[in-house]
Structure formats: C-alpha cells, structure tokens
Design a protein around this ligand. Structure first.
Ligand code: COA
Length: 365
C-alpha cells in the first residue's frame, strides 16, 4: 500500500501504532486504568509488585518476584546508566534466549526476573552513589514486607514507613502509561525478536532526557527557588520570558489534569511533605500564566510535578529520579514486550526522504 506523505506528523502525535489491552490514557484525563482497573482503587490497597502482576499477567498474584542473588560487577553510582548496562549484561550472564525462540510463559519469567533485578540494581547503584562500600546483608533486606521496603533496605539498610508509602504509591501511579517513548522503544526492540534483557535495557535508555521521566529532577530545585524568592508569580513570568519550560506541566496526551498528578498531590499532603504549600502556590501561578499565554491549549499539571514532591518525602536525590521511574515502569514495559511478542510483527515505519537529489561524489569537493 503506498504511504501518504501528507499523513506525516512530527513526533507521531495521535498516530495509532499498536493496539493494546494493557492501558491507554484517555485524552480528557478523567482516569487512568490498568487492564480496566482505576489506579485510584489500587493505591493503598495493593502493593506495587501486585500491580506488576495485574499489568503483566492480568492477575495480582504471584506478581513480581523478589530479585534472585546477583552481584552486579561494575556499578558506577550513576543510575539509570547502571541499570541499563547491567540489564543488558544479564542477557549474557543468564543466557537469555530470543523472544522468537521461547514460549510466552518463558518470556514472562525472563521479564519477571529482570524486573526484580532492575529494582535491586538501582538500589545498589544508589548505595554506591552514597559512598557505601559493602552491600546490606541479605537477611536485613529479606525482612522487608514489600518491593518498596526491600528497595529501601537494600539501598540504605533502613526503611522509614513514610518513605515506603511514598515509593510504593509513586511506583503504582507510574507503572504503565500506554505508548510513551520508552514503551514504544521496548516494543520496537521486542518486535525484532531481541531477548527480554535487550528490550528492557533499550527502554531504560530513553529515560535520560528531561522530556520523559526526567522532569522530577528539575522540580524540587524550582520549588526551592520559589521558596527563597517568595514570589511564585514573578518566578513563573521570568522563566517563561526566558523561553524556558516549566517542568511538570503540559502533556502529549492529556488535555486536562493528569489523574496521577491528582493522586500524588493527595499523597504528598497525606505524608506531610514540607514542600506542599510552596508546590501548590507555584502550581497555581504556573497554571494561570500558562493558560494566559496558551489559551489555545490546555497545559495542566503532569505526573512528574507531584511525583517530585512525593519522591522528595522519601529523600530521593534528584539525580536518582529517572532510575526510580525505570523501576516503576518495568511493569508496563514487560506487559508491552509480551504483547508485542504475541503480535509477532516487526515495527518498521517509513521516512519521507527530503535530502539532496542525486549528485556525483565530485560535487562534494
Ligand atoms: N512550560 C512552558 N511552555 C510549555 C510547556 C511547559 N511545561 N509545555 C508546553 N509548552 C508550550 C510550548 O512551548 C509550546 O508553545 P509554542 O507553540 O508557543 O512553541 C506549546 O506549549 C505546545 O508545546 P509542545 O512542545 O508542542 O507540546 P508537546 O505535546 O510536544 O510536549 C511535553 C509535551 C511534556 C514534552 C511538554 O509539555 C514539556 O516539555 N513539558 C515540560 C517537561 C515535562 O514536564 N515533562 C514530563 C512529561 S510527563
């Protein structure tokens, strides 16, 4: 079938590239449902590892397993680079077979082992970044009652219950969100028949930029500047006048408030974040100035604004926030990799060539 070049959309906005039974946010932003279940119902009732089960297996149990013993050899303390490298390496260490060579059940089990390992590697990498040389003893980590608690124990050796709730809630809210950049990347890799480790590490690689998963790192410094300055309205006007974007606002899909932002704002309030009042004042100022400057478009609060405040409750350093997002999204990525495996069709879109016409090599001289 000939490709219509008039259909070209930079950024592929609105282009339907796959059909999915996992989740897709509705534009009006009313709700986000995983396999039909509203995330409002999940938070506080089930743990992240069960949400992994819901997304991947369509049932809560057995969910994501505990990570098996593995000593990552080359941690640098820079996550998610450590997670990307180590997950790619595990394909070789564990001898993972290609998605085209194994059953759906075997692929699911590979993804479960790898997902659990992403959490362990990020925790270990964060510990290296803190300057701790020795890993926390296994029996200390094993005492944790949830993936979030074990994550904190593996990182710091202790787990404050408020920190556990903050991380578990953040992970649940960001476990899956349809065909965003990292998930699309995971599906593209899976469509070639790559092994599960290659597909997951490809997805992790897309998280280093500030436009997908990286915004929380910029939000807390912004809130602190506003607190120091004491004038959120002036802060917003000056930032926008410089041509900069306000991190944590706007969304490619939602044309209303992101439901995850609503849930995480509530969590930040419930957990008593000391930054809530300044964050709310900055949010009000940003929303009002963005709607004044862009009356043609809804620019509302997105997930990453309030995610930053919730992660701050758990004392997550800004540099670690993309890796925290990677931990959360292993569920969505795994579900999509399996779905793509079942589709079994190579993803290969077209490009419209707009470069120079035919010319001789000599013309370059
Ligand atoms: N601050 C200021 N202006 C913003 C803005 C923001 N956060 N988000 C969008 N805009 C403006 C753009 O400058 C653009 O204005 P212009 O047409 O005058 O140039 C207009 O709104 C449309 O933006 P566009 O880049 O087309 O939107 P998009 O759908 O491609 O982008 C995001 C979506 C998320 C990448 C974008 O809103 C953004 O960069 N937000 C900040 C980063 C962020 O929070 N990322 C986390 C996303 S969950």
């Amino acid at each position: 079938m000939p490709v219509s070049t008039s259909d070209f959309k930079p950024g592929l906005e609105g282009v339907v590239a796959v059909e999915t039974e996992i989740a897709e946010p509705d534009r009006e932003g009313g709700a986000l449902r995983y396999r039909g279940v509203d995330i409002e119902e999940l938070v506080g009732r089930v743990r992240y590892e069960q949400v992994w089960g819901l997304l991947v297996d369509e049932r809560l149990e057995p969910g994501m397993p505990d990570p098996e013993p593995y000593e990552p050899p080359g941690l640098t303390g820079a996550a998610p680079a450590d997670a990307q490298a180590e997950i790619a390496r595990l394909s070789g260490v564990w001898g993972l077979r290609k998605l085209t060579e194994i059953s759906d059940e075997e692929a699911r089990d590979d993804l479960a082992r790898l997902s659990a390992q992403v959490m362990a590697i990020v925790a270990r990498s964060a510990r290296v970044a803190d300057g701790a040389e020795e890993p926390v003893p296994d029996e200390v980590v094993a005492a944790g009652a949830s993936a979030a608690e074990k994550f904190l124990l593996r990182w710091r050796g202790v787990a404050d219950p408020r920190h556990v709730t903050a991380i578990d809630t953040y992970w649940i809210c960001t476990a899956e969100h349809g065909l965003n950049a990292s998930t699309f990347t995971a599906r593209i890799a899976a469509s070639t028949g790559a092994d599960a480790g290659a597909a997951l590490s490809s997805a992790i690689g897309t998280l280093s930029g500030p436009l997908h998963g990286g915004a929380p790192a910029h939000v807390i410094p912004m809130i602190d500047e506003v607190a120091a300055m004491g004038d959120p309205e002036r802060y917003v006007v000056e930032l926008l006048d410089k041509g900069e974007r306000i991190m944590g606002f706007g969304h490619r899909v939602y044309r209303a408030e992101d439901p995850r932002a609503r849930l995480l704002r509530r969590t930040a309030e419930e957990l008593g974040s000391p930054r809530v009042e300044t964050a709310k004042a900055l949010e009000r100022a940003a929303l009002s100035e963005l709607s004044r400057r862009h009356p043609e478009r809804v620019l509302a609060t997105n997930v990453e604004y309030w995610a930053a405040v919730v992660l701050d409750v758990a004392e997550i350093p800004a540099a670690l926030t993309p890796a925290m997002f990677a931990c959360a999204r292993v569920a969505g990525w795994s579900a999509h990799i399996l779905e793509q495996k079942r589709v079994g069709r190579l993803i290969r879109p077209s490009a419209r060539y707009v470069g120079p016409g035919p010319r001789p090599l000599a013309s370059l001289a």
